[in-house]
Design a protein. Structure first.
Length: 167
């Protein structure tokens, strides 16, 4: 009937989010097709936390330009929920179902990179009270681990199809 309820990533009781993202914490695949320079930009984001393993792979890696961020399969296959710090855990009927980001768990300007911390220079996870993004980066090295981690986590390709795998 199109209705359902998820323990994480819920879409307001519907089976389809209709273009919106589910309620965090959620693992996201983000993609911009035909962006700047006619390139596709893609990543896996843990900025809103983690709930399921994901990967995205260009179907034609021959289009790579030789850089380490070109036409590469990007994945977060680790079961982050098993290793999630206790203060970030979201539990469901079967135990830990997701791992919250520090922003979602604590909602502070520093962890959310807002207010006085709204620039890369002022929002550096290495100076946070706890470097939670390092936990996510160690588990999933290619994924965005916090808002300003894009320089190490954005990949490009062009004129190809993509295989996205969940779980």
């Amino acid at each position: 009937n199109g209705n359902g309820l998820c323990e994480t990533g819920d879409c307001g009781g519907r089976l389809s989010c209709n273009g919106a993202k589910g309620v965090p914490p959620v693992t996201l695949v983000e993609i911009t097709l035909n962006g700047y320079g006619d390139l596709d930009y893609y990543d896996i984001s843990l900025v809103d936390g983690f709930n399921v393993p994901m990967s995205i792979a260009p179907m034609d890696s021959a289009r790579a330009d030789g850089s380490e961020y070109s036409c590469k399969e990007v994945s977060c296959r680790a079961n982050v929920n098993e290793r999630c710090p206790s203060e970030l855990r979201q539990s469901g009927s079967e135990g830990v179902v997701a791992c919250k980001s520090a922003c979602l768990a604590f909602n502070t300007d520093q962890y959310c990179c807002r207010g006085a911390h709204n620039r890369p220079e002022t929002c550096q996870s290495s100076v946070w009270p706890d470097n939670y993004p390092l936990f996510f980066k160690n588990a999933c090295p290619d994924a965005y681990s916090y808002v300003y981690d894009d320089h190490k986590s954005t990949f490009t390709c062009s004129k190809t199809n993509y295989l996205i795998q969940i779980g």
